[in-house]
Design a protein around this ligand. Structure first.
Ligand SMILES: Nc1ncnc2c1ncn2[C@@H]1O[C@H](COP(=O)(O)OP(=O)(O)OP(=O)(O)O)[C@@H](O)[C@H]1O
Length: 663
């Protein structure tokens, strides 16, 4: 049984509808140990026949059998295996991969064998040694002479230990000395038991082999056996081959990335700046949100719930409730809270205490001919934390707490404003009489403390005790119903539940209360901040679209530049999938490096910005968290993957013969 058998091979090319027949029924058998030369006129179909034998061309009639088994050219996987394990190709134009070293070029083929890494390197070096290139292994192809390049190509063809070596005009570009040497090597390969089929124009070259086949008009005109084939004792152990492992694709993608570093680093930088901006804006959003939470929580006890009457009677959500409460100053009479309403709230479970409160209208403070006025004087409730008091103590009896600004005005000194503590000041408050007409309450109170409004969350905190306020209102004949209630949830995690219970209370089928928690206030503020940071991140994200376009363009250019390489890799037995993975991997690496560079930039910038701002507000304003980091990496990988999709698909679909003939 012959090693290789071609039966009735026909092949035509079509230019439009016009058929030109190239091969017209070729029947040939080849055996191991033969060095066969195929001679024929230029354009006679020699390379076409080699491509059919080499498993690169699937579009022909007739059959090819290997060791008696028919090759099914419709099965791409079978052909990939065939090229990988059985065929070694040597071309007239060498077809080496320019960005790889001599050693790496030989290793490309060995990547698809089951040898260990060390064995692969050992074998590649041995083969290069055999072709006399042991001291050239680190060079790139452009640093070699023609003869040297052809010897690298021979070493590569032999690397995976194939049964058949196809050489398409292997000496066509060589001088006579190199031709002689290459012929010796091919002769030795046949002697070692392989089948060598070489296409040539030269009778002298053909005379070197064991057999000459002449093609004329697409047929075998002559099949001349010059000598007997070399003896083949096929007792040596073949090197098993397997498809290219993913890790090899990643390594070659990385090599190409580094080879093209100038162009790639610009793209990486461009993408990294986009990632940096997205990270910075998200981190800034986090920082501002937690700064605000921090400030509000330090001034107002987060367990407290503020309850007011709900003149609308409708069920109000958080935002509506806050809006409704702002109507208070325009229409204070509809906000008085009755005893029956207080009783309703007392029934709520999960509340540790409830405390009625007053918020009255405009008021004036005066001390030794200095005056200041504002609106919204309040009764003290437990919703204030000790942080909102900068000096002194909260009021009891005949006492009042005034704000720092008020203390500065009344004392006339911005430094010694705390001298106001202990001083009696005159207080005039405007409120409503029993008939809802204006009434003035005048009294004199001792300053017990100064509130801190430096954070500007609350403008003025001017408070006196609830009982004092109530007795002043009663004495002046003014309306004395409270107009808000503070409810304290026993448990911080239960605040929303308690708030909801109150929100759902009905009196005469109207929802009786509007309710706001500290969490609600935070939610509203945080929503705005998050919205702003998302919008800013999205704007920054636009630059990522530009990056994606840059990657797409680069990848398309890369496919165009590497068309020949794609052909070589396919001829060596790489699958379409391997080619797709090669390009996708390179793009993913660009994405990954961009993400890391973007992260480093964002990290450095946030350190600088935080240091700078910390002096002003004692808070880290940029807070990039783990989910921001993960998001940045994922978005970067996603963009690069998306950008690689089309170019990688194009690369994998290239016809290997067309790709090989690319300039
Ligand atoms: N893709 C193609 N489309 C159309 N015609 C083609 C194609 N490839 C090759 N041909 C034609 O097929 C014929 C055989 O080409 P082939 O390359 O096999 O010849 P060859 O014997 O190797 O020639 P040479 O000795 O000059 O290399 C030529 O006439 C060529 O123009």
């Amino acid at each position: 049984m012959s090693l290789l058998k071609l039966s009735d091979i026909h092949k035509s090319y079509f230019l439009g509808k016009q058929e030109s027949k190239i091969l017209n029924g070729i029947n040939l058998e080849f055996n191991s140990g033969e060095f066969v030369s195929i001679l024929g006129e230029s354009g006679g179909g020699k390379s076409t026949l080699m491509n059919i034998i080499g498993g690169l061309d699937r579009n022909f009639e007739g059959t090819v059998s290997l060791n008696g088994e028919l090759l099914d050219h419709r099965k791409e996987k079978q052909l990939d295996n065939y090229r990988r394990g059985t065929i070694g190709y040597i071309y007239q134009s060498y077809n080496l991969i320019t960005h790889l070293t001599v050693l790496e070029n030989v290793l490309v083929s060995l990547e698809m064998t089951e040898l260990s890494r060390a064995q692969k390197i050992k074998r590649a070096k041995e083969l290069l040694n055999q072709v006399g290139l042991e001291d050239q292994v680190k060079k790139h192809p452009n640093q070699l002479s023609g003869g040297q390049k052809q010897r690298v190509a021979i070493a590569r063809a032999l690397a995976s230990d194939p049964d058949i070596i196809l050489a398409d005009e292997p000496t066509g570009a060589l001088d006579s000395v190199n031709t002689q040497e290459v012929l010796e090597i091919l002769n030795k390969i046949a002697k070692d038991g392989k089948l060598v089929i070489a296409v040539t124009h030269s009778q002298a070259v053909a005379d070197h082999g064991t057999r000459i086949i002449r093609l004329v008009d697409g047929k075998v005109k002559d099949d001349e056996h010059l000598k007997a084939p070399f003896d083949t004792q096929d007792n040596h152990k073949r090197i098993p081959s397997h498809p290219l492992p993913a890790s090899s694709s990643y390594v070659s993608a990385f090599r190409h990335l580094v080879y093209n570093i100038k162009q790639n680093s610009l793209i990486i930088l461009g993408t990294a700046i986009g990632i940096f901006a997205v990270l910075l804006f998200s981190g800034l959003g986090n920082g501002i949100n937690s700064y605000i939470s921090n400030q509000i929580n330090s001034l107002v006890n987060p367990k407290t719930i503020t309850v007011m009457a709900n003149p609308s009677g409708k069920k109000l959500n958080n935002t509506q409730a806050q809006r409704e409460m702002q109507q208070f100053s325009q229409n204070p009479t509809s906000f008085f809270i009755s005893q029956s309403q207080i009783n309703k709230i007392k029934k709520i479970s999960g509340a540790s205490y409830i405390q009625p409160g007053y918020q009255l209208g405009a008021y004036a403070l005066s001390y030794s001919s200095k005056n200041t006025s504002s609106s919204g004087i309040q009764s003290y409730t437990k919703s204030y934390t000790s942080n909102s008091l900068s000096k002194g103590s909260w009021p009891s009896g005949n006492e009042i707490v005034i704000s720092k600004n008020q203390a500065i005005t009344l004392s006339g000194s911005s430094k010694k404003y705390d001298s106001m503590i202990g001083k009696s000041i005159n207080v005039t408050i405007n409120w409503l009489s029993q008939n809802n007409t204006p009434v003035q309450i005048k009294t004199s109170l001792r300053v017990s403390g100064i509130s801190d409004t430096s954070t500007r969350v609350a403008n003025q905190i001017t408070v006196l005790s609830y009982s004092k306020m109530r007795s002043l209102l009663l004495a002046a004949g003014a309306r004395s119903e409270p107009n808000f209630i503070i409810v304290n949830s026993k448990d911080l995690n239960n605040v929303d539940n308690v708030a909801n219970q109150i929100r759902n209370q009905k009196i005469d089928s109207n929802y009786a209360f509007s309710v706001v928690t500290v969490g609600d206030i935070l939610k509203t503020v945080n929503n705005y901040v998050s919205l702003a940071s998302t919008v800013l991140s999205a704007i920054a994200g636009i630059s990522l679209i530009v990056s994606a376009l840059m990657i797409i363009v680069t990848m398309y250019m890369s496919v165009a530049e590497r068309t020949k390489e794609i052909g070589i890799l396919r001829a060596l037995g790489e699958r379409r999938k391997d080619i797709r993975r090669l390009f996708t991997a390179e793009s993913l690496m660009i994405g990954l490096f961009s993400a890391f560079l973007g992260l480093i930039l964002a990290w450095l910038f946030s350190i600088v910005l935080n240091n700078f701002v910390y002096d002003l507000i004692k808070f880290d304003i940029v807070q990039i968290n783990l989910s921001n980091v993960i998001f940045a990496i994922l978005i970067s990988l996603f963009i690069s993957l998306l950008a690689a999709l089309l170019p990688a698909r194009k690369a994998s679909r290239l016809n290997p013969i067309d790709a090989l003939s690319a300039d």
